[in-house]
Design a protein around this ligand. Structure first.
Ligand SMILES: Nc1ncnc2c1ncn2[C@@H]1O[C@H](COP(=O)(O)OP(=O)(O)OP(=O)(O)O)[C@@H](O)[C@H]1O
Ligand SMILES: [Mg+2]
Length: 284
């Protein structure tokens, strides 16, 4: 199994290397990077290009590790026992019927190798990664209710993404292969745009990219626009048929770009940008 990039996803050399290293080591690939730099999409694309079904587990602040393994649905069992004419009461006797299998259980018991995405692991509390150490390491866990050991038939290819909102525990990090998706340079970004907008006019792209990187490199921005914001913005520029002149200022000075709401996502950043434009005008 080797990942060589895909038609829909631009993977840099070091990213491909990292994916393949994780597969070789049989360790989860921990992917970090700014929001919108293609972390989630990476898992989808690798799974597709390796021909593996992808099981996804999207983590929230309330997610517990146990939910990924299994949950015992005691409420349904109680209800069924009260209405005991359901299946003549047979269903209630077997606890197996009330074990709700989590994503890890499904991944471990699948008949073919699968890819598993644990998305945004940093959203959960600090205990969450610690609670999954053994499962990730040994690829097995014990179900106390049915007294069975669930062991992976095939080791899944695991992707874990994080936006760095919380530090991850050292013991957890030890078990992963790490890759940070650097913000794409202009050349890579052009490839990414080409994947999404194959027929985009070259002049528009050049002007839009210049504006985009100008905005992004503005010191003091609270939220820098990322790949997905550039793509949204380009989509709007094309849909609204914005003329090229609106993007190019004659004297090479910064101007507030049209539809700036696609790039800047809070009022402080917009104000900062407007101030800069205002100062430049006055300096003339
Ligand atoms: N290398 C790339 N090639 C092609 N498209 C990309 C690439 N990187 C990002 N994109 C585009 O950016 C969008 C956002 O990507 P994705 O949702 O994977 O980001 P993310 O890193 O998971 O963000 P978040 O941290 O907010 O979840 C994708 O839908 C895709 O259109
Ligand atoms: Mg994501």
């Amino acid at each position: 199994m080797k990942f060589k990039g895909s038609d829909n996803y631009v993977a840099t050399q070091d990213l491909m290397l990292a994916v393949n290293a994780a597969i070789t080591l049989k360790r989860p690939l921990l992917v970090k990077g700014e929001p919108g730099t293609g972390k989630t999409m990476l898992a989808e694309e690798v799974a597709q290009s390796l021909g593996l079904p992808l099981l996804q587990w999207h983590i929230k602040s309330t997610t517990k590790a146990q939910q990924g393994l299994y949950e015992y649905d005691a409420v349904s069992r109680l209800r069924d026992s009260q209405l005991s004419d359901v299946d003549g009461g047979e269903r209630v006797k077997d606890i197996q019927n009330y074990i709700v299998k989590g994503v890890l259980w499904q991944a471990f018991t699948a008949d073919q190798p699968v890819a598993l995405l644990i998305d945004e692991i940093d959203k959960a509390d600090i205990e969450f990664p610690n609670d999954l150490l053994r499962e990730i390491d040994r690829m097995e866990f014990y179900c106390y209710e049915t007294r069975e050991l669930i062991r992976a038939k095939h080791r899944p290819v695991v992707f874990i993404t994080s936006n760095n909102e919380k530090e991850l525990p050292d013991a957890f990090l030890r078990r992963c292969f790490f890759h940070y998706i650097k913000f794409p340079d202009a050349e890579t970004m052009k490839h990414i745009v080409a994947v999404h907008f194959p027929g985009l006019k070259q002049e528009l792209l050049t002007a839009a990219m210049k504006t985009f990187y100008d905005v992004r490199n503005l010191p003091g921005l609270k939220k820098k626009p990322s790949t997905s914001e550039l793509l949204d913005w380009l989509k709007l520029l094309v849909a609204e048929d914005i003329p090229l002149e609106a993007l190019q200022s004659k004297d090479d000075k910064v101007a507030v770009p049209p539809l700036v709401g696609a790039l800047l996502k809070n009022e402080q950043d917009v104000t900062l940008f407007e101030k800069l434009v205002f100062m430049q005008r006055n300096n003339r």
